[in-house]
Design a protein around this ligand. Sequence first.
Ligand SMILES: [Zn+2]
Length: 352
Amino acid sequence: MNTPPSDLSALTDRTVETLSKLVHIPSPAGHTEAAIGFLEKELDRLKVHHQRTVRGALVASIPGREAGPHRTLTAHVDTLAAMVKSIDKDGLVRLTQVGGFALSTIEGEYCTVETTSGRTVRGTVLYEKPSAHVSKEVESAKRDAESMVVRLDVESPSESAVAALGVAVGDYIHFDPRFELTDSGFVKSRHLDDKAGVACLLAAVRSMVEKDTRPRRTCHFFFSTSEEVGFGASAGIPEGTGQLLAVDMGAVGKGQASDEYSVSICAKDSTGPFDFRLRQHLVELCRANEIPCKVDVYPFYGSDAAVAVRAGHDVVTGLIGPGIDASHNLERTHRRALLATAQLITAYLDPA
Ligand SMILES: [Zn+2]
């Protein structure tokens, strides 16, 4: 690509900055309005045409230089969260998960309950008998929906005191992202899945627009809003799409090829293999542009690509994304993986 190192560093800085803003905007599955609003403002600023689907996903489009099948790239703004299931007599809040994660991964997390009127109440996710000086159970008890609670920061808590604040069954519980960029370039935060993908997609759009270049084929950027609950890109894929490339996290862990410094290219996930030719094309783009990449297989994974195919879209699919360690837990990636992902997206768009 022959881009000067200072430009790559600036691109990475802006991607991390966007990512930081995104993870601080609560957008759990089913309640993604604020994150979509943020993206709309960014796209307005770039003068990129966009519209919402009926279900609230956002589709931005940039016309291509050549006719031919369109390319749609997806990333999901929805994240994991919880919801108020019930309130105990002593004011402790019982929760239900939004999306799939182990309850042990949120123990000790500070959180915000958002009431339907928009009021926010701070709290902490805890095992129901959390004090080591009061109960021995805290060491060994199973963490499940029956044993985990939210302790709200309310004086003299009771069911009625909590209700008086407006907290009610069905209110969203947002976990603090705990975003941190370390001196060594690691990005640690909840919700890197898939706000890292969203930030990389936006970075590629931004650099294309600011350099006044256009994609080879007409491209659509589909920001989906319910991937974590299994039906993100089931509808609303733009007419004319021939290839659908999901930009979602690469699964880092024991036995995995992915790492936190590269873009992962998925050969196969739980739903089966991705299109072979598209995968080879993505690998070739990385080779030609000296982009660090890892081809990998994800054992327990589904994405918007699979959702779109299952919903009946006749499209060729691929999956790329920054390698993310400890997914659906205290996630971490590195600046280099974000850069590699943004570079591969740009190469795929081919804005010569
Ligand atoms: Zn994801």
